[in-house]
Design a protein around this ligand. Sequence first.
Ligand code: ATP
Ligand code: PH2
Ligand code: MG
Length: 227
Amino acid sequence: MLPEEWERIYEDILYDFGYSRTEDESSARLLKAVMMNSDLIFDDDIKVQRKATVFGCSDDLENEIEKDPPKGTLIASGSAVGRLKDIGIMPDIVVTDLDGDIMPQIEASKAGAVTFMHAHGDNSELIQRYAHSFIGPVVLTTQSRPDNILSNYGGFTDGDRAVCIARHFGAKDILLLGFDFERPSEKAGTDSGVKAKKLLWAKKIIFDHNEPGVSVRRPSGTFYNKK
Ligand SMILES: Nc1ncnc2c1ncn2[C@@H]1O[C@H](COP(=O)(O)OP(=O)(O)OP(=O)(O)O)[C@@H](O)[C@H]1O
Ligand SMILES: Nc1nc2c(c(=O)[nH]1)N=C(CO)CN2
Ligand SMILES: [Mg+2]
């Protein structure tokens, strides 16, 4: 997604949720400081195949994997990593804001998965607690202004950021498994109204802001192709 396109969406999100850009940026500075001596990698080091599968965290994730086997580069949103591990799937890439089921994400990093680690105004405590435990290759991301260390590929929740990342690195055929924008899964400590609203933004970012020549498919067979 082009930076101007993301900036317009980001401003609407800030307004919709009452988030503060200043807090997003302060958290991003913290992430850079904490990860200064980590294995930071950049665009040239990252490879995504033409086909990619992005795993979300809906209740149906495991059923959908059985119905429609994952293919290409495997990209997991944060809390999906543990559920994938339980059925023997190791992702190539993990996209996370460090909340939810964190230990499997740290293990995937140790095993070599590339982690796209996101800073926002509400995860600075999690950054302080967990970021340094990721010993594998890491890309630092922000939803505000990028710089030479922080990237911004667009996207809001872990799931739609993962789709933006897949598209940025050239995936043309993207399979979504574990995405249900109408029924948020229950997660301890998460307000279900806020989660539902976040999923509406995720849906909009994935489908209304798809790119020409990219097919994004769900197992139901729903296609979205922008000419
Ligand atoms: N029904 C669903 N329930 C929960 N997550 C879903 C669902 N459908 C798709 N997803 C995607 O799966 C991802 C799950 O990852 P995780 O639970 O770590 O999310 P998150 O974005 O950090 O969410 P939170 O808003 O709770 O911080 C979400 O980011 C979302 O994009
Ligand atoms: N400021 C702020 N930004 C976010 C937040 C959040 O809770 N606060 N949650 C996200 C994904 O769940 C992504 N971005
Ligand atoms: Mg998360």
